[in-house]
Design a protein around this ligand. Structure first.
Ligand code: ACO
Length: 399
């Protein structure tokens, strides 16, 4: 509705691109996406190959340091992370300050932000050793914070990390273990979670990553920048979609509404209802991550005894949508989070934790992007322009 030509006369030549649909804010050597072909690569490696052969720890190393690690490098990375899992005891006090029914995402972002106060020796963005320390601390401590946020919400005691376990195993034990009982890892759950974390590990300049970069562009420290990214991820149009998908599936199940009727309501944009887990700013083809999740969902749900009826509803929704002109003409396909919630649920995570799991997965990507930016001589403080649409100069009334 703006008269852009008129505005340009007053503001000079600026690019008006709401939502940065066509604006590259940075160059990056980390992740490649071809949205039309449905291609995703981390540091040149196709996501399908990494999903099949790699581990989340190895993928984290790849994203952050640029190459696949040798076995010795991977082991050293793993050991360093294990040594830094412990949270400062005073930081644990934070969890008591939030209401018990608080959503774990703001709890996570607050505690990650607070790391700046506890680990003041890793705040300098231009000191390589401090950056390395912040990297290891975040990788080690964020899953622990996430597990504590969960334990707090269900009133169970927080366990100390067990450093005989790796990051993913430790996270599961801290989430589901009890002090008096030995915790037995289920290899199916470990493998499934590891895979989902790999699939979420980076996605170039998405909303949360751009947030991490924008905050970091002011030379804010890594903890502060990642904390801001977590808040962006909390939004239902971004990371919050995985939770929203499950709520949508459950509503359809509870109401008994036929899938076709629900899709009609989406198409009519009734009350702004959307098919959550569908559509993507960059993918105008099937999201390659969603393909991998869909292929494994059946197998995992069968092994874990997940809710088959909800999976049936999801698959029926996809079938109806993918043959409907509304979705075809807008190139709307399932995105990564269309099927993930069902798997998280089968693992025993409540809906509120779904976006937290996304955050743990996305962490190495945020760190890699932040580090890349700090080393890039082209980096400038992020400062978009605007087209002013307010009042022209007005005289203050004399009274
Ligand atoms: N259901 C119904 N219609 C949709 C959907 C959807 N999920 N997504 C897009 N559309 C429609 C829009 O209404 C619009 O239609 P119009 O041309 O008639 O107005 C058209 O498709 C284009 O959509 P935009 O909103 O312009 O696309 P944009 O790139 O801005 O948004 C987004 C992308 C936010 C992902 C959107 O598709 C959406 O809201 N999806 C549902 C939420 C979701 O799943 N988010 C997760 C994203 S992936 C991730 O973060 C892991």
């Amino acid at each position: 509705g703006y008269d852009v030509s008129k505005l340009l006369k007053t503001t000079g030549a600026v690019t008006y691109d709401p939502g940065f649909v066509n604006t590259a804010a940075t160059s990056s050597a980390i992740t490649y996406i071809d949205g039309d072909k449905g291609i995703l690569r981390y540091r040149g490696y196709p996501i399908e190959e990494l999903a099949e052969h790699s581990s989340f720890l190895e993928v984290s190393y790849l994203l952050i340091y640029g190459n696949l690690p040798t076995p010795a490098e991977l082991d050293a990375f793993d050991q360093r992370i294990r040594r830094h899992t412990m949270l400062h005891e005073d930081l644990k006090g934070f969890f008591g300050g939030f209401p018990r029914d608080a959503h774990p995402m703001p709890v996570l972002s607050s505690a990650v932000s607070a790391l700046s106060t506890f680990y003041q020796d890793s705040l300098d963005p231009f000191d390589d050793e401090q950056v390395e320390m912040a990297t290891i601390r975040l990788m080690a401590k964020m899953p622990v914070i996430a597990a504590y946020a969960y334990k707090k919400s269900i009133g169970q005691p927080m366990l100390y990390p067990d450093n005989s376990m790796n990051l993913v195993e430790n996270y599961l034990r801290l989430s589901f273990g009890l002090p008096a009982e030995p915790y037995e890892l289920d290899p199916v759950v470990v493998k499934a979670l590891d895979l989902l974390l790999i699939l979420h590990a980076d996605h170039e300049q998405n909303c949360s990553t751009s947030t991490v970069r924008l905050v970091g562009s002011a030379n804010a420290n890594m903890f502060a920048s990642v904390s801001a990214g977590i808040n962006a991820l909390f939004g239902p149009l971004h990371g919050g979609a995985n939770e929203a998908v499950l709520n949508m599936l459950r509503q359809i199940q509870d109401s008994g509404e036929p899938v076709e009727k629900f899709v009609e309501r989406v198409k009519n944009k009734e009350d702004g209802v959307k098919l959550m887990g569908f559509g993507h700013r960059v993918y105008k083809n099937y999201d390659p991550r969603a393909k991998i999740v869909k292929a494994t969902a059946h197998e995992i749900l069968e092994k874990l005894g997940g809710n088959d009826e909800l999976l049936e509803i999801a698959m029926r929704l996809e079938e109806v949508a993918l043959t409907d002109e509304y979705f075809i003409s807008r190139k709307l396909y399932p995105n990564v989070d269309f099927y993930t919630g069902l798997i998280y649920k089968a693992m025993g995570f409540p809906e509120k934790m779904f976006t937290v799991l996304f955050a743990i997965g996305r962490l190495p990507g945020w760190i890699a992007q932040w580090r890349e930016m700090m080393k890039d001589p082209e980096t400038k403080i992020g400062r978009p322009r605007q087209l002013y649409t307010g009042e022209p100069e007005r005289m203050y009334p004399s009274r």
